[in-house]
Design a protein around this ligand. Structure first.
Ligand SMILES: [Zn+2]
Length: 185
């Protein structure tokens, strides 16, 4: 059972870690928030590739680092990071080979049926729009940057950068450099 495996790992971890206890602030040392994808290849890989360590950054993830028009939960987290946690810079990081860029809605609706979701419920939703699939990784990053920057509750003085990450070799490419676009404080 996975839960048992996790609890066992946790008891070893806590036992080891008690000698290394160090208190961290909940405010990120680098005053940065990163909005990125939930892709498993980014776990323990994106942060070291960016020189980000524990305590340095707020990291917000969802499927495909997508901000949908009718659901701005990522922006809510970013606003909390800015107003309550001292964040002064935002990075939107998409990645190559993102699963959400090749969303197969046929397969998705088949799987939903296998799990017992009724056809009526499935048909009520535009699945592609609901899950937030997209066709181009770079366009999706630019779109998320634009939505964050133009949101009425995000201050114009916060630089919002857009980047694309390679989940194989860890290389970053800048798509939007937010310094030129943020208003001076
Ligand atoms: Zn992804």
């Amino acid at each position: 059972m996975l839960l048992e495996e996790i609890l066992l790992a946790n008891s070893f971890f806590v036992n080891e870690y008690r000698y290394l206890l160090k208190k961290y602030s909940h405010k990120p040392r680098k005053h940065v928030a990163i909005f990125t994808c939930m892709d498993t290849r980014l776990v323990e890989f994106l942060e070291p590739a960016l020189g980000i360590r524990r305590g340095d950054a707020k990291i917000i993830k969802n499927a495909g680092n997508r901000i949908r028009k009718d659901c701005d939960d990522a922006i809510r987290s970013l606003a909390a990071a800015v107003y309550l946690l001292g964040v002064r810079e935002i990075l939107v990081i998409g990645h190559l080979d993102c699963g959400m860029s090749k969303l197969d809605t046929e397969l998705l609706s088949e799987r939903m049926k296998e799990f017992g979701i009724s056809e009526e419920e499935i048909d009520k939703n535009d699945l592609a729009a609901w899950l937030g699939g997209f066709s181009d990784v770079e366009e999706n990053v630019v779109d998320a940057v634009t939505k964050v920057k133009s949101h009425h509750l995000i201050p114009r003085t916060i630089p919002v950068h857009g980047l694309i990450f390679c989940p194989d070799n860890g290389e970053l490419k800048v798509v939007v450099n937010g310094y030129g676009q943020a208003e001076k404080e």
